[in-house]
Design a protein around this ligand. Structure first.
Ligand code: SF4
Length: 364
């Protein structure tokens, strides 16, 4: 049986990783130990509802069973180190730098909204896509994360930022291109959805891609209504290619076509992320082109005025210019809003904390 979430070469030899184990695998693993289905349900409740990751602290599990579980299983969030933690001044955003048992470091962000808590997780350590505006691209791709490692990011934010409350929304928009880590991504989404785990509706999950067309098509075929977010940032191949090298392989027309098909199959409106950069992609003609490109599709554009990026001279457009860009889209029938800025004082944008951590390690 493939227990993908558990497909993790831990440093304790024969021990299995129990966190993020699929129900079938857990059933088999626990019954092999001679433990009952009732015990299994207790363990699951401790792991995901109570955020307790030490078998000895699971107070309704007999000491001899806890010792047996400890001998056979590891629990990933307990073995992950929090290497860095930042809380925004207003307390509405938190970022964790999570150290995995193999030494990799990944970032996860939690945000408090009026409607509840959302978490943003990484799907890969580093990223191979090389987007010009992204700190995650700086050191290339190290490796894919397992579903358990994605789930552990949500778990650590739940425990350390949310105080054990329920997570309302999950966004896979941290470092990495999730559609290039497809199997583990789907397993992660299904774990989040599992009532025994976090019981989150698929409609409250968002997968962000730089435009991997085969991945978008595959996700559409799953027929799970997660929101697709596409990083677009330009309506023309030339400019987009400069910002996002992936555009050399997957051109804008094909990406928009695949996203439109995704919306048609799932009934979910696609979000296009658009980083607005002064005098680069914020002109009136660019807005018109963007509107023309998206006009007939079920979508909304999320405008993100750029923040200073190390090594780039890019500037944030003024408020008026931003409003003009949005107005041009609206006038042409394309829904557009400016993203509410949260956590800018903790550098909530992807990869920045991790990039600093890697540079500091390199200096040691
Ligand atoms: S923006 Fe996303 S796809 Fe692009 S380099 Fe960063 S993590 Fe990778």
């Amino acid at each position: 049986m493939f227990c993908g979430a558990n497909d993790y070469n831990n440093d304790e030899g024969y021990k299995l990783e129990i966190f993020g184990m699929t129900e079938d695998c857990l059933r088999e693993a626990v019954s092999k130990l001679g433990l009952s289905a009732f015990r299994r349900r207790q363990i699951v409740r401790w792991l995901y509802k109570a955020d307790v990751w030490d078998f000895a602290a699971m107070t309704d599990i007999a000491a001899k069973d806890a010792a047996l579980l400890r001998e056979k299983f590891t629990v990933l969030p307990a073995r992950a180190n929090i290497l860095g933690r930042k809380l925004s001044k207003d307390g509405l955003a938190a970022k964790l730098l999570v150290g995995l048992p193999d030494g990799q470091a990944i970032e996860a962000v939690g945000l408090r909204h009026d409607y509840g808590y959302s978490v943003c997780v990484s799907s890969q350590a580093g990223c191979a896509m090389g987007c010009a505006f992204c700190a995650s691209a700086a050191h290339g791709l190290i490796r894919n994360l397992t579903a358990a490692e994605m789930l552990a990011q949500a778990a650590l934010l739940k425990k350390h930022f949310i105080g054990g409350a329920n997570i309302s929304n999950v966004v896979v928009m941290g470092s990495g291109e999730p559609l290039l880590n497809y199997e583990q991504l789907i397993m992660f989404l299904r774990l989040l959805h599992d009532p025994a785990v976090y019981n989150i509706g698929f409609r409250n999950m968002t997968v962000s891609t730089c435009g991997i067309i085969p991945g978008i098509n595959r996700l559409a075929a799953e027929k799970i209504p997660v929101t697709l977010a596409v990083s677009l940032h330009a309506p023309e191949d030339g400019l987009r290619g400069e910002l996002m090298p992936v555009n050399r392989k997957y051109k804008i027309a094909g990406v928009v076509e695949a996203a439109a098909r995704y919306a048609e199959i799932t009934g979910r409106r696609v979000t296009y992320e658009y980083l607005l950069i002064k005098d680069v992609n914020d002109g009136a003609r660019t807005a018109e082109k963007l509107a023309k490109l998206l006009q007939s599709t079920l979508c909304a554009v999320n405008i993100i005025p750029v923040n200073p990026i190390k090594g780039k001279s890019w500037q944030k457009p003024g408020k008026k210019r931003t409003e003009k860009f949005v107005a041009a889209l609206l006038a042409n029938g394309v829904t557009a809003t400016v993203r509410k800025e949260m956590g800018s004082d903790i550098q909530a944008a992807c990869g920045q904390l991790r990039a600093r951590y890697i540079s500091s390690q390199a200096r040691l």
